[in-house]
Design a binder for this molecule. Structure first.
Ligand SMILES: [Fe+2]
Ligand SMILES: [Fe+2]
Length: 127
C-alpha cells in the first residue's frame, strides 16, 4: 500500500499498526500478482496465517484490557475468517474474491479496530 494511503489506517497502537501494515503490504503484492495472472496460492496461505495470528494478538490484547465490546469484535473476526476460507482455493481467476475480502478486512480495520484502539487510548489516559 502506498505510504500516504496507509496513513489513514494508522490507529495509534504500535503493534496493531505494524501488523496491519504487514497485511496490507502482502495484499498489495497479491493484487499485483493477480493482475499479472501469476500464481498467488503461497502468498494467500501466508496472509491467512498472518491474519489468524493478528486476530489472536488483538483478542489477547482486548482480554488484557477488559474491552467492553470484545464479543462483537471477535464475532467480526470469526466472520472474516469464514469468508476468507474462500481464499484457500483461490486461483488467478478468482482474483475478484480476494479484492472483496480485502475490502471487508480494510473496513474492519477502519471501523472496529479503530474503535478499539481509540477506546484503549482513552482508557490509558484515564488510568
Ligand atoms: Fe486488526
Ligand atoms: Fe480486529
Amino acid at each position: 500500500m502506498a505510504p500516504d494511503r496507509f496513513k489513514h489506517y494508522v490507529l495509534g497502537d504500535e503493534i496493531i499498526d505494524l501488523q496491519h501494515k504487514i497485511i496490507f503490504d502482502l495484499s498489495i503484492e497479491i493484487l499485483e500478482k493477480i493482475k499479472l495472472l501469476e500464481d498467488v496460492s503461497d502468498l494467500v496461505k501466508d496472509i491467512l496465517i498472518f491474519i489468524k495470528h493478528h486476530f489472536e494478538y488483538e483478542a489477547d490484547d482486548m482480554k488484557n484490557n477488559n474491552y467492553t465490546f470484545i464479543d462483537h469484535h471477535l464475532r467480526q473476526h470469526a466472520l472474516i475468517l469464514d469468508t476468507s476460507s474462500y481464499l484457500q482455493n483461490l486461483s488467478v481467476k478468482d482474483g475478484s474474491n480476494f479484492a472483496e475480502i480485502l475490502e471487508v478486512l480494510v473496513n474492519h480495520v477502519d471501523f472496529d479496530d479503530r474503535n478499539y484502539v481509540e477506546w484503549k487510548l482513552k482508557r490509558i489516559k484515564i488510568d
